[in-house]
Design a protein around this ligand. Structure first.
Ligand code: BGC
Length: 448
């Protein structure tokens, strides 16, 4: 490329999905039951067929291939693999074999998550993650799944965004089990950590050369008002709880407050082979004396550009530098980094091309600064079922009409395809989709 941002050889360009959001008719878990409750989901939307992947994921794998992608991240639905306690459904595992084989046949390297927010109905009935028994059950499910699929997948994520699950389900109380109970959240946090550690060991025992990690959501909290120390205190507290507590436990095996008093749990120490970063936005924090807010209310920067509105307001703010900052912060752990999710809801696609380019520019800066970033997985390929937002928020490179299952490529799909094909971003490509950004990035002496 004459002038451009070149990415490393063998860089993975992919998209990311989760089973419940794309497979359709996933009836045997807590989310399906939750969906049936009036008002639970925006406009009482139903996941229904979702993107119809259980029957025909391959149609979208073809799209990925046409975009020159070389990777895809998906998740396995626990309730399909283990529909009743201890009873494993080998037809379901065969379908996943078919999917992973289908990806590989199209030159797409799979990255597979074992847990992405959904619990089998029978597990939920036993208390779900509040019950310590779930640790061993998860380990058994992980063992069976990895034994069945390990020859088709090298890279595993044990859990996706444990802190988002906790925040939505036990703190804000808007996802099942709809609790607002900080004390009940603490054992859930511990159980998820122990389950991750158990699965990490188990996967390596089954498949010694596997690469195993987890995907963490980062929100990069910072104080709203520069001269208000309490804003910074509240932001630090939230960073500690949301962005750091989990990762440090998996680094040195210590169970820090409020989960414990620094006890050492050996299986947790060094229990990841790479870092998975999910990044969408940052939050600014204004101090509040209310402990139920963890001493601060979040808001977006007053002058920031915002993405589409969810039920409670805009979903995210434009802050691509956050991706650079996170990669630099994670560099200290000395492990490869994957961006396991990044994207935005943008139904009319008038922001996505520029947001995508700006985030990739920041990622490139991080790589230039020495970060060992191996891949980028955009959330997501096709509009999918966005949890309690239903079909409200549209994250897809392709627009989907869920009723007809018709897909329409957004301009961003062409852009992302060209980036994957070039393994980088040429000046022309950037100028075509985001001329002002191109001026900023490519003008002589740009201080990027
Ligand atoms: C989750 C996805 C979700 C995406 C967009 C992430 O927090 O892992 O399941 O669809 O954000 O909200």
């Amino acid at each position: 490329m004459a002038q451009g941002l070149n990415f490393p050889d063998k860089f993975l360009w992919g998209t990311a999905t989760s089973a419940y959001q794309v497979e359709g008719n996933t009836r045997n878990n807590q989310w399906w039951d939750f969906e049936q409750q009036p008002g639970a989901i925006w406009h009482n939307d139903k996941s229904g067929l979702a993107c119809d992947w259980w029957r025909n994921a391959e149609q979208d794998f073809d799209r990925m291939q046409q975009l020159h992608l070389n990777a895809h991240r998906l998740s396995i639905e626990w309730s399909r693999v283990e529909p009743e306690p201890g009873v494993f459904d080998h037809r379901a595992l065969d379908r996943y074999r078919e999917m992973l084989g289908g990806l590989r046949a199209r030159g797409l390297e799979p990255m597979v998550s074992l847990y992405h927010f959904t619990n089998p109905r029978w597990l939920e009935a036993r208390g779900g993650w509040e019950n310590a028994e779930t640790i061993i059950r998860f380990q058994n499910y992980a063992r069976t799944t990895v034994k069945a699929l390990g020859d088709l997948c090298q890279t595993w994520l044990t859990v996706n965004e444990p802190l988002v699950y906790l925040a939505q389900s036990w703190f804000r109380g808007i996802w099942p089990p709809l609790k607002q109970d900080f004390l009940a959240a603490l054992p859930v946090f511990r159980h998820l950590l122990y389950a991750h550690a158990a699965a990490y060991q188990t996967i390596h025992a089954c498949q010694p050369h596997a690469q195993v990690g987890y995907a963490s959501a980062f929100r990069l909290f910072s104080g709203l008002r520069p001269d208000h120390p309490m804003d910074h205190f509240a932001a630090e507290l939230k960073r500690y709880l949301f962005d750091h507590l989990w990762i440090w436990a998996t680094v040195d095996g210590k169970i820090r407050p409020p989960l414990g008093v620094g006890q050492y749990y050996p299986p947790l120490a060094n229990s990841f082979d790479f870092i998975g970063i999910n990044y969408y936005t940052r939050d600014l924090v204004r101090f509040s004396p209310n402990p139920l807010t963890l001493f601060g209310n979040e808001q977006f920067s007053p002058d920031a550009e915002l993405s589409d509105n969810g039920r409670d307001g805009p979903y995210s703010e434009y802050y691509p530098e956050g991706l650079y900052q996170l990669c630099r912060e994670m560099q200290q752990f000395g492990k490869p980094i994957y961006i396991t999710e990044n994207g935005l809801p943008d139904r009319d696609d008038d922001q996505r091309p520029r947001w995508l380019l700006a985030h990739l520019h920041q990622l490139h800066r991080a790589i230039e600064a020495g970060c060992d970033v191996r891949g980028y997985f955009h959330w997501t390929l096709v509009d999918n079922f966005e949890w309690h937002e239903g079909w409200n928020l549209r994250f897809g490179l392709f627009a989907l009409n869920p009723a007809t299952q018709l897909r329409t490529a957004r301009a961003s799909a062409h852009l992302y395809g060209a980036i994957a094909e070039q393994n980088g971003i040429s000046q022309e490509l950037c100028a075509k989709f985001a001329p002002k950004l191109a001026d900023k990035i490519f003008s002589a002496g740009a201080a990027d």
